[in-house]
Design a protein around this ligand. Sequence first.
Ligand code: ADP
Ligand code: MG
Length: 351
Amino acid sequence: MASPRRVYTHPALREFDLIRTIRRRFGRGDAFVVQSIGDDAAIVAARPHQWDLLTTDLLAEGVHFDLRTATFADVGFRAVAANLSDIAAMGGQPRYLLVVLAVPRDAAGSQIQQLYQGIMAAGRPHGVRLIGGDTSASTGGWFISLTLIGSVPPGRALLRRGARIGDGIYVTGTLGDALAGLSLLKESTGRSRRRSSPASLSSRHRRFLIQRHLRPTARVGIGRWLSTNRLATSAIDLSDGLSGDLGHICKESRVGAEVDTAALPLSSACLAFAAARKIDPSALALTGGEDYELLFTTPAHLKTTLERTAGQRGIPLTRIGTIRPARSGIYAITGEGRRQPISVTSYEHFR
Ligand code: ADP
Ligand code: MG
């Protein structure tokens, strides 16, 4: 969940360049490393019948969460959901968790307890076991870092680099909800330039959007279903926003993409939020991060199988576009049929 858009503003941490440099200069694997830096999780093939998946994330108070609007249980839940989502994007089964905490000196024991309640509430349904971590004092707010270890049968991991020209592009669930929820929370603390106008949105819609931000659901079952049935050629989870994450798939797969903005799946709450704030809902869907839905590609010959089985199992999937040659770039077809390039810098721009 180290959301690049959150660190764009830090001049020393323009994350895309940073990671590219680290990957090129220091990212060396060995005979067991199937996937090093550059996907949702690393893959190590140290055992005969299983690939291990490893992912880690850091949440910093004031950057990734605000304790005026999130409880400690929310923070713990969301931290785990972000890691679960990276394992889901690899098609894997999450298994073991390590938790690293830096705790301000004035913190209470009950706050740490609540944090762990949130962590376990997110992990337990997936059978995740807490097996270690580290603890320190902090002079600058809370820091929570999780490392999640998962597994996938050899050869079955969903990578960012497998998309092929002609593949359909699919997403799970609805997009833009978490950004709308975050915007509502910011309005409530006065951190947004917009004045709060709660009357324009029903309390049901407000609650739904805020929950989508504070308590996201990782799509672990759908990721495993895709990998077990070999239904996807590539996958990523939506942590940075559709435009950025589709950009990662295209870059790693050396392809371009066409997105049909009219097809983007939007919840009724997100539509109501966009109408109340007079913003384009498809901009929310394209740029909004941290929905933790899956974005994946499926070849044309598997389209019917994918869509039919998803329908039978009640799996929420939407086809939003098609993989194109790299030279086409990444573009959207708008409702009026206009072709518009999709820029990767998302959230800051939208704000
Ligand atoms: P995600 O949003 O899926 O969590 P990130 O954008 O955080 O992915 O990271 C992309 C890739 O870069 C991953 O392979 C991750 O392990 C790697 N990465 C991120 N930060 C660092 C770092 N400081 N050093 C080494 N690798 C990093
Ligand atoms: Mg990811």
